[in-house]
Design a protein around this ligand. Structure first.
Ligand code: ADP
Ligand code: ZN
Length: 603
């Protein structure tokens, strides 16, 4: 390939080399072909169309579903000296006209637009009078009605191919499942596109899943390893979001809430602080995240089970986009399983949709309860074979103990069956343990043959068994949403003794180590050594100050990875600084002197 793509990568973006399939994708577009790109979050999708946008004649039109994302990308491109703009509802009439003028005058390398804007007759008319370099359709999975981000307007984007058949198109997504991929091809008429499918592994993310017993205490302990770092804490309900955010603020963590129940101004303000300040923790429902491409999110915590393994992977994938270490941490319990089943049952969805959702929940539960490498399991869910244990998830680091639970499972299943498959786990456990509760007595359940047959195990142990039976699909919660349990087609083989049941021993949640919750001690994902701390703080402070002056988020000035490289290399002059990954020509000129001054002053 002509060296100009590489030249641009180095001079504009400051990166020494292409990553993975980036170069092949750039070549495909520059040659006028279409491309479908499936790459995990943080894989480096943007450069795949930004570089062709600079190499091809005309303006690249980028369709993007979220306003926040557009602004970020345009800010970052401008910082790198690229002529980029966006058109969306956040602009006033005057500014819009100016952008349109620039488009027609051929002054823009890239123009970001919202899909509904792109599809207007007016805008398509403008495009007809413009030289279009390429169309990039970001977050292409929005065409899929099975996904959580379905956007009806995305389906109409096939019109681009009809109206501008000679303009190359690239569709990009971080959603990996084959069903979504097929839908993108079909809906966007991308049958001729070359497909670039990257591995979805995120090697810099470590995975950890535990049982919830006291969410606040567990979260505090977890945060002790992430002091001063940006992260996201996902909760299922708005109420829990408010509660956790408030409590974190009380114990001295910079935490903000985000959910659809907050008014739009408050939401936007919180999002902005998360993006613009270092070290803010966002406590949020799933409403938060799409299009947040903050690169330095160091952890993603789930205090409840997410809806599906795809959702989980997308949410956890928001950590560590910059390639530096990040942690995905989740705690959950039996009640989550029941709540999730209820939510699915009570949703307005059609039956086939509910079936899909239930399957998704089941694969997520299998993940949560897994005793083997979690990375292998996650990637397997996306049809990818990961060779061998990863060594970087909790199960690899400390393999869980398992036990033969065939007999307790039989007892549990028959107690469910004998009591008529009409009760939740609490009551069935009372029967098993022989508790003469009022409910048991009034229902005559103390006369059942299963009454008291499980007295040898305590309530907690039984809850563990029920949770895992549910997760394994050997029991199911009722579709009506009362939390009652019943047998499944798979239960029979266990009851008849044909199938044995192996369960994991629930690790006792670490107690004892309880510390003063106000005392969150440093740990840090980035491995900053004590002797480096003052230089690191100085670099970050300068970055924050410059970001404020330029009205952009700190990571738009330089990523953590770039600051870290400076910290380690301590460049003495502009030539040395220019060799640091992430320092392009425009930024060297703009910020070089300030950073060198800080480095030289400290040494
Ligand atoms: P995606 O859109 O796939 O989630 P981005 O395009 O935002 O990912 O890229 C993720 C991060 O990786 C960004 O910080 C980007 O600057 C960086 N990056 C992308 N390509 C390269 C490269 N070739 N070398 C170094 N860093 C890169
Ligand atoms: Zn592993």
């Amino acid at each position: 390939m002509d060296s100009s793509a590489l030249d641009l990568l180095q001079s504009v973006f400051g990166y020494p080399s292409f990553r993975g399939q980036q170069q092949a994708i750039v070549e495909q577009l520059c040659a006028g072909g279409d491309a479908l790109v499936l790459m995990p979050t943080g894989g480096g999708k943007s450069l795949c169309y930004q570089i062709p946008a600079l190499l091809r004649q005309g303006t690249a039109i980028v369709v993007s579903p979220l306003i926040a994302l557009m602004q970020d990308q345009v800010d970052a491109l401008r910082e790198a000296g690229v002529a980029a703009a966006y058109l969306n509802s956040s602009l006033g009439a005057e500014d819009q006209r100016e952008v349109e003028r620039q488009l027609l005058a051929g002054e823009l390398n890239l123009l970001y637009v919202a899909p509904e804007r792109l599809l207007t007759g007016r805008f398509l008319g403008l495009l007809e009078r413009t030289e279009v370099a390429l169309f990039a359709i970001d977050e292409a999975h929005c065409v899929s009605q099975w996904g959580h981000d379905f956007r009806p307007e995305y389906r109409e984007l096939a019109i681009l191919h009809q109206r501008f058949p000679q303009v190359p198109r690239i569709a990009l997504t971080a959603t990996a499942d084959p069903r979504t991929r097929d839908e993108i091809v079909e809906r966007l008429s991308l049958q001729q596109a070359r497909q670039f499918v990257a591995s979805f592994d995120r090697p810099n993310i470590g995975y950890r899943v535990g049982l919830r017993d006291n969410a606040k205490r567990q979260l505090t302990e977890f945060l002790q390893g992430h002091r001063g770092e940006s992260g996201i804490v996902y909760c299922l309900s708005r109420k829990k979001v408010d509660d956790i955010a408030e409590w974190l603020a009380e114990i001295g963590v910079e935490a903000l809430p985000y959910h659809a129940g907050l008014d739009a101004t408050k939401r936007a303000a919180n999002q902005k602080r998360f993006l613009r300040e270092d070290g803010v923790v966002m406590v949020a429902t799933v409403a938060f995240g799409m299009g947040i491409d903050k690169p330095d999110v160091r952890f993603v915590a789930h205090l409840d089970l997410p809806r599906s393994i795809e959702g989980y992977y997308q949410e956890t994938g928001r950590g560590g986009r910059d390639g530096l270490p990040a942690e995905a941490w989740m705690i959950y319990g039996l009640s989550d399983v029941v709540t999730m089943s209820q939510m699915i049952a009570q949703s307005e969805s059609a039956d086939d949709r509910k079936r899909v959702e239930r399957q998704k929940l089941e694969s997520l539960l299998a993940y949560a309860e897994a005793t083997d490498c979690r990375r292998q399991l996650l990637l397997g869910a996306f049809g990818e074979t990961y060779p061998g244990p990863c060594g970087h998830c909790d199960n690899c680091v400390a393999p869980p103990k398992t036990w033969d639970a065939t007999v307790p499972a039989q007892k549990a299943l028959s107690a469910v069956y004998r009591s008529g498959q009409r009760f939740g786990s609490g009551h069935v456990i009372d029967i098993l343990r022989g508790e003469e509760t009022q409910r048991v007595l009034s229902l005559d359940h103390h006369r059942l043959s299963t009454f008291g047959i499980g007295a040898e195990m305590d309530e907690k142990q039984w809850r563990s068994v029920f949770r895992q039976l549910l997760a394994a699909g050997l029991l199911e919660a009722d579709a009506e949403g009362y939390g009652t349990l019943r047998l499944t087609a798979a239960s029979r083989a266990v009851l008849s003794g044909e199938k044995t049941v192996k369960l994991r021993e629930d690790a006792r949640p670490a107690r004892g180590r309880r510390r003063d919750s106000k005392l969150i001690v440093a740990g840090g994902s980035l491995g900053i050594e004590a002797y480096e701390q003052s230089m690191w703080d100085a670099l970050r402070a300068l970055r924050t100050q410059l970001a404020k002056q330029h009205g952009v988020p700190p990571y738009v000035v330089f990523h953590d990875a770039t600051l870290l490289a400076m910290l380690r290399a301590l460049p003495a002059n502009e030539d040395e600084l220019a060799t640091i990954s992430g320092v392009g020509e425009a930024k060297l000129k703009r910020y070089g002197r300030d950073f060198l001054a800080v480095i030289n002053a400290q040494e």
